[in-house]
Design a binder for this molecule. Structure first.
Ligand SMILES: [Zn+2]
Length: 148
């Protein structure tokens, strides 16, 4: 299980080695994604709270990256955070995500990206439920549910 101190160490020193790498040019990303997905995944955008696909969805399955199809979160770690965005307590694997300090908007946050294609997913906060205390706050546009 990943804890907040692991995330700070990843963001400060180095992220876990990804299982593979997917790289595309800006033109290829624009072709592969919808304008809204491109704005969020490649431009570090944020979708509207509540009015998004997975905020209130508790279907069973695997959430994969819209950018590259990598398995990012299991529905078993999804919980209701009342934040307006789909929230998870743990990633699918230690090396599924990468973490970067984000000081934009005068806030000190930790950005979460797909470790394979470096697409922006959302942020992680240390105010989640026990035992790990993590809240991965993720844009629905960045993920796709593959139902079981
Ligand atoms: Zn990806």
């Amino acid at each position: 299980m990943i804890r907040w101190r692991d995330i700070i160490i990843y963001a400060k020193y180095s992220n876990p080695e990804p299982p593979r790498r997917v790289e595309k040019t800006e033109e290829e990303w624009q072709e592969a994604l919808t304008p809204q997905q491109y704005r969020i995944l490649r431009g570090k955008g944020t979708e509207s709270p509540y009015r998004n696909a997975y905020c209130r969805s508790y279907e069973v399955g695997k959430y994969v990256c819209v950018g590259c199809g990598s398995f990012l979160f299991d529905s078993g770690t999804k919980y209701h955070a009342i934040s307006g965005w789909p929230s998870f307590t743990q990633p699918a694997a230690k090396n599924a995500l990468r973490y970067l300090f984000d000081d934009s908007y005068k806030m000190q946050r930790v950005e979460v990206q797909c470790n394979v294609c470096s697409s922006h997913l959302g942020h992680v906060f240390p105010d989640g439920p026990e035992p790990c205390g993590l809240r991965y706050c993720i844009n629905s546009e960045s993920i796709r549910l593959m139902p079981e």
